[in-house]
Design a protein around this ligand. Structure first.
Ligand code: NAD
Length: 480
């Protein structure tokens, strides 16, 4: 069975403890590879390698750093098919999704930040004839990057690429649930000639490797994407050490549908924003609020479409809905559906595990699930499910829709469907989320600030915001 390795100081290495963790294929329920069960000793080696590489990498001219990152980007592009298949097998997502979204975006992340750093500049503040200030923006040192399982290579590279482009060295940890493409990336980094120690990838559990990265005194900056509870734990440990923190956390995103929307466009996109990646995207709209005059029509059309959405083998090119990521996560989602029923929710379609035939017999599949009849403030409408489960609710007025949308401890993204321009702008300003999509979903320009408010996180990624985070500003004041 394939044994994945850590990537430390430019080499693929065994974990010091020589222990491994089973890695499951969620579409079969079977173990298909092993990943290092690393601990704080491996993190220590990675930090030492990163520290040793930093003096040289941080002063390597930007265009040379960019050139290496561009080589990584084009190697990802060349390996598209292999990486897409690996991501699909590791995560359970349809291979068509990995091929068109996850892997191209990982290549784009490296490309975007490799070229972005060439345009990144700092400010100067002249004090008339008295003095001039200029701001230096230096890399911080060793950056810790910790990422989740839902968009494995996509989110891993979204952190690593700006950190490296800005001149930091990195100790990174992918999710132990989906380690494969991070391992394949380490092979590509070696092929691309990334200097040793600049990027180090340590595999293993969050409570061992993740917490060792968070607590390490020589990692002054942590970029984390994952659950809100984990984010709070990281903040608890890192804050007294005065680490720089970027936390991209959970969501419970509202999808507001007004009667004056472009109905067909809305319906098609809402299927996607509800069930793409089996609903396991932090940006999915899981609370669907519909203006009462079109509620019944929407319900009939949406449920008809969701019922027809067939769940299938993720490796099959035609599959649109694959497996959820793990048995534990499947059990959690099924428990959330039971909770919804106990709160008085009516399951309009789905609500159950799906058993496929043949090699996928033991896979973790759940039917697309639509639930109605729940108040906006019940647990089902407040807690993140992170699966193919949405609730639908009618509203009567714009004010009521806004109130329900904002009645959440989360604030990552919101989706708004209306052809009324004035209403769109009015609500965009009032929605308590870091991102508002109007008449679209998941349309991303990598230059824009990405992140959430409230329990969805602290800080922004994307564009120059990421370079601001991965550099430390220093003001220099010269008396004239
Ligand atoms: P998670 O918090 O369980 O794990 C995320 C990462 O943190 C993993 O690598 C894990 O090993 C590590 N980790 C776990 N405990 C740790 C600890 N004590 N210290 C340091 N690291 C630790 O999240 P998950 O289940 O992998 O991902 C799903 C969650 O991520 C959902 O809540 C989803 O909304 C969120 N998410 C947010 C965004 C965003 O951009 N805001 C994007 C994707 C996913």
């Amino acid at each position: 069975m394939q044994k994945l390795q850590n990537y430390i100081n430019g080499e693929l290495t065994e974990p010091i403890g020589k222990q491994y963790i089973d890695n499951y294929d969620p579409s079969t329920g079977k173990v298909y590879s092993l990943l290092p069960d690393s601990d704080e000793r491996d993190v220590q080696l990675a930090v030492e390698a990163a520290k040793a590489a930093f003096p040289s990498w941080s002063v390597t001219p930007k265009d040379q750093r960019a050139a290496v990152l561009l080589r990584i980007s084009s190697l990802i592009d060349k390996s598209l098919e292999r990486l897409a298949k690996a991501e699909s097998k590791d995560n359970g997502k349809p291979v068509s999704l990995a091929r068109t979204v996850d892997i191209p975006r990982a290549a784009a992340n490296f490309h975007f930040y490799a070229t972005g750093i060439l345009h990144f500049a700092s400010e100067a503040h002249a004090m008339e004839e008295e003095a001039i200030n200029y701001t230096l923006r230096n890399p911080v040192g060793v950056a810790g990057c910790i990422s989740p399982w839902n968009l494995p290579l996509y989110l891993f590279s979204w952190k690593i690429a700006p950190a490296l482009a800005a001149g930091n060295c990195v100790v990174a940890k992918p999710s132990e649930i989906t380690p494969m493409t991070a391992f394949l990336l380490s092979e590509l980094c070696i092929e691309a000639g990334l200097p040793k120690g600049v990027l180090n990838i340590v595999h293993g559990y969050g409570h061992k490797v993740g917490s060792a990265i968070t607590a390490h005194p020589e990692i002054p900056l942590i970029s984390f994407t994952g659950g809100t509870k984990t984010g709070a734990e990281i903040a608890r440990v890192a804050a007294p050490m005065f680490k720089k923190l970027s936390l991209e956390l959970g969501g419970k995103n509202p999808n507001l549908i007004f009667a004056d929307c472009n109905y067909e466009n809305m319906l098609r996109t809402t299927m996607n924003s509800s069930f793409a990646n089996q609903g396991q995207i932090c940006l999915c709209g899981s609370r669907i609020m519909v203006e009462r005059s079109i509620y019944e029509k929407f319900k009939t059309d949406f449920v008809a479409k969701a019922s027809k959405m067939s769940v299938g083998n993720p490796a099959d090119d035609k599959t649109k809905m694959g497996a959820v990521v793990s048995e534990q996560h499947m059990e959690k989602i099924l428990a959330c559906i039971e909770l919804a029923k106990s709160e008085g929710g009516k399951v309009l379609c789905g609500g159950n595990r799906v058993y496929l035939d043949g090699e996928n017999k033991g896979g973790y599949f759940i039917a697309p699930t639509v639930i109605e009849g729940l108040p906006y403030n019940c647990r089902t409408n407040q807690e993140e499910i992170f699966g193919p489960v949405v609730t639908i609710m009618p509203f009567d007025t714009e004010a009521e829709a806004l109130m329900m949308a904002n009645a959440s401890t989360y604030g990552l993204a919101s989706i708004l469907w209306t052809e009324n321009l004035t209403r769109a702008h009015r609500l965009a300003g009032k929605l308590h989320t870091g991102i508002v999509w109007i008449n679209c979903w998941l349309l991303r320009d990598l230059r824009t600030p990405f992140g959430g408010v409230k329990g969805s996180g602290v800080g922004r990624e994307g564009g120059f915001e990421a370079f601001d985070f991965f550099t430390e500003p220093k003001n220099v004041c010269i008396k004239l």
